[in-house]
Design a protein around this ligand. Structure first.
Ligand SMILES: O=C(O)C(=O)C[C@]1(C(=O)O)C=C[C@@H](O)C=C1
Length: 363
């Protein structure tokens, strides 16, 4: 048999499978439309209908990865279903998602990784503006960076929760690769722009390759790329997406000091989520300035055998508090094992806020 004949036979099989896949995807989309009708039917009078269900999406993606037999890798298969769900959700309600911009930031990439491509992503110039867009209802959800594995916490995000009623309804982790971007290859570099966190994540590389060159922190990596594209002698540390967006040349790729450099982002919204079966909860606890304050806060978790995944301390915002702890732990606030711990924390804290219970990042 000839190559052409063998290819033709296999391509006929692919065409037949594509027709079946396409028909099943549309069948699934029609189901999602019926789900939307059910959500409308049982919506509380005067309450907004909540179409996006992060707990259900996490379950769908976990199931996809659990039953995947290959040859496609689990994450690749999950991304395909992520896009199918994104399109199905758009049939129910087109989502508006605010993110820390401008275009080309890692936060934009995180928004697309979490929601898929069918949502409308709206760039904001600050983390506070992302919160404001969601609080005002101009956006359904927001995406903000919260911590990086090299540089630690994004303090603006933590501080925004002090004055906000928004809840965390999801999280997404992104491997961060930084590139040195220039307008022309091997150009003279007199200054390097980037977000402060990115400058920190590439500190050793910069010391080695550009010692003595001025490093200027700006509001985001994409803003850094925008400036480098306009200013003679300037370079930027930013992503491949920013290089494409601002037509910049990658002078050096993957310059981050740590190969496992990861940033975690939070999804913020106005509605709480229900348990997904594999969740986390975030709380804010303010305690008095007294010996053993931290021990008193941690003891209820220890007694209940609850695993903490993160604890950060922020400066108090008023004289009455000395320590404010942001704590993430395993479990959902509706879990039987968690409710009593939350009650005990409320009793011992000067101030206690439940910031949200949400599915652990799946991809
Ligand atoms: O099950 C639902 O609640 C749906 O709306 C369906 C679906 C899906 O495509 O699987 C779509 C959007 C939701 O965010 C969750 C899941």
């Amino acid at each position: 048999m000839s190559e052409a004949r063998e290819l033709e036979q296999l391509r006929q099989q692919i065409d037949s499978l594509d027709q079946q896949i396409q028909s099943l995807i549309n069948q699934r989309a029609r189901c999602a439309q019926q789900v939307a009708e059910v959500k409308h039917k049982y919506a509380q009078p005067g309450e907004p209908v909540v179409f996006y269900r992060p707990e259900r999406e996490a379950q769908v993606l976990r199931n996809v990865m659990a039953r995947n037999e290959g040859p496609l890798p689990n994450e690749g298969m999950a991304r395909l279903f992520r896009e199918i769900m994104s399109q199905c959700l758009a049939l129910e309600e087109p989502l508006q998602v605010a993110y820390l911009g401008p275009e080309g930031t890692f936060t934009q990439q995180a928004a697309v990784k979490h929601f898929g491509h069918a949502v409308t992503c709206r760039s904001q110039i600050s983390i506070a503006d992302v919160f404001r867009e969601v609080e005002s209802g101009a956006a359904h959800y927001g995406v903000v960076p919260v911590e990086n594995s090299t540089e630690g916490v994004v303090t603006h995000t933590h501080d925004s929760f002090f004055d906000s009623s928004l809840k965390i309804c999801g999280e997404v982790a992104l491997r961060i690769h930084h590139n040195l971007l220039v307008t022309t290859p091997d150009q003279k570099v007199e200054r390097i722009y980037s977000h402060a966190q990115s400058l920190g994540q590439c500190r050793r590389w910069l010391d080695q390759h550009y010692p003595g060159i001025e490093r200027i922190a700006v509001s985001s990596n994409a803003e850094a790329a925008r400036r480098a594209s306009k200013e003679e002698g300037s370079a930027a540390i930013a992503s491949e997406a920013a290089a494409e967006l601002y037509q910049l040349h990658t002078q050096a790729a993957n310059i981050e000091d740590r190969p496992d450099n990861t940033t975690r982002f939070l999804i913020i919204g106005r509605q709480p989520t229900t348990p997904s079966g594999d969740d986390k909860t975030s709380v804010l606890i303010a305690s008095r300035n007294q010996p053993g304050a931290l021990y008193q806060v941690l003891e209820p978790f220890h007694k209940a055998g609850i695993s903490l995944t993160r604890i950060e301390t922020r400066p108090a915002r008023s004289g009455t508090w000395s320590y404010v702890f942001f704590i993430d732990f395993e479990g959902h606030r509706d879990d039987a094992s968690i409710a009593p711990v939350m009650e005990e924390l409320r009793n011992i804290a000067v101030d206690f806020r439940w910031l949200g219970s949400y599915p652990k990042a799946v991809m």
